[in-house]
Design a protein. Sequence first.
Length: 154
Amino acid sequence: MQPPVTAPARYSFSLERVPFAERIRKEGPLSALAFIILSLSFAGPYLKSRNLWIDIPCIFRKVTHLPCLACGITRSFMSSAHGDFRQAFKFHLLGPALFFALVGIFAYFLFCILSGWRFVITVLPETRRKTLTLFLMIAIIAWACKLLLFRKEW
């Protein structure tokens, strides 16, 4: 009698010890990028008040006269960093959630670099595709809500 065939797990978690050089090579640049984004989120209003902020126009918006999927993220991050969540949600519905996700990711990268431990998550390609599709659909729904409900906020 043969043992029953089981489907492979959709995902698995493990913890691994990583040498310092590899930690700096992999997590270093990503943690630096997260640090820069978070720092600019906190310093943005000060930089704007001193005319040191560079406003980069959205090409999609210039062509279509509609905000793109990411329009408002910068202002939403700045509002989230300063605790003005009502304004942050008006700028971008996913902004506060993405801001706090970035804070968590930055904390995780610091944990990896300082402790030497890294979480390894193995995900089947099908599960990864479905997850990415779900996140894209959430972003499109948030964009549609912005177009329909927050027209004055563009």
